[in-house]
Design a protein around this ligand. Sequence first.
Ligand SMILES: Nc1ncnc2c1ncn2[C@@H]1O[C@H](COP(=O)(O)OP(=O)(O)OP(=O)(O)O)[C@@H](O)[C@H]1O
Ligand SMILES: [Mg+2]
Length: 337
Amino acid sequence: MLQVFLIGVLLLNINTAAAFEPISTSIAVGMAAALTGFLATYQNIFYYFEECCRPEWISFNKTGLEVDLDQKLFGQHIVSRVVLKAITGFMKNKNPKKALVLSLHGWTGTGKNFVSYLIAENIYKKGMASSFIHQFVATAHFPHQSQIENYKSQLQHWIKGNVTNCPQSMFIFDEMDKMPLGLIDSIKPYLDYYETLDDISYRQAIFIFLSNSGGENIMQVALDFWRAGKDREEIELKDLEMALSLSVFNNKNSGFWHTSLIDKNLVDFFVPFLPLEYKHLVQCGMAEMDALGLKPNHTLVDQVVRDMTYFPKSEKIFSVKGCKTISSKLDFYREHV
Ligand SMILES: Nc1ncnc2c1ncn2[C@@H]1O[C@H](COP(=O)(O)OP(=O)(O)OP(=O)(O)O)[C@@H](O)[C@H]1O
Ligand SMILES: [Mg+2]
């Protein structure tokens, strides 16, 4: 804006000067060009240091996401495949027909927030710290069912404002299963196939819903496979779709109950997280030591992981808390054992 204004003033001066002095005209033209160059450089430097809604700060690294899902996410072969496909397809598309909507489901501590983090890291240069990522936690932001009308307008306002500011915004709704009934319906228009709403296009935004709903049914499928002596990696998305549909769509506590997001097929991918086993917890423990810059100590990790609780009671296969408390337990063992 400033650039346009200054150039305008200079050109005005050039026009008046031109009638009298051809030499000063060429000097003024030169100055205008120099000033434009300076401002462009200044602006580029500004873009470089200050996060803004531009490709310098927002660009998808497909290989990065692929490698991260492959090497950092443990025991979630279906999640890796679905998430990579969903994000890649969406980010490659210059003109998506709607916003991308992912719904991540599963037992506690199985990596739902972690996957959101990996996605964020490979799209936004500042990762989760980006000002274009917005997280809502149901119990913290929307604690009272009685306030639902307020929440609805706040949420709509918030989404509209942020997408106006940057179309490639990402919204994460955590604890969807604890969301006040009906609240999520209020964001439906933003997820739908509209070209624009009040001149704003929401088609480049990403919405990620996280919830524990479906976790028990997913666990039951994993347990059936285990009991049948089948490999965990043989479980396919289609084996879990029924488990998800029963528990997510018909469950009053799923946050999605009877919502038009489901009726209208506005969720693009339901992503089921499998419960984690002993070997995955060991992987989490070793990764945690590595992240802390500690010398890998398999014996220590093994000790921590063995002390975790597993279910079902008879077979003790799946970790009750997934990988969730591994890092704090590792700290404790290092100090006290
Ligand atoms: N599958 C996994 N692979 C690698 N690390 C994992 C995995 N699952 C969990 N973790 C580790 O455990 C931590 C906690 O997991 P996370 O917060 O993603 O669980 P969650 O599925 O969101 O659980 P909740 O339903 O309780 O919110 C992560 O930050 C990550 O370090
Ligand atoms: Mg979580």
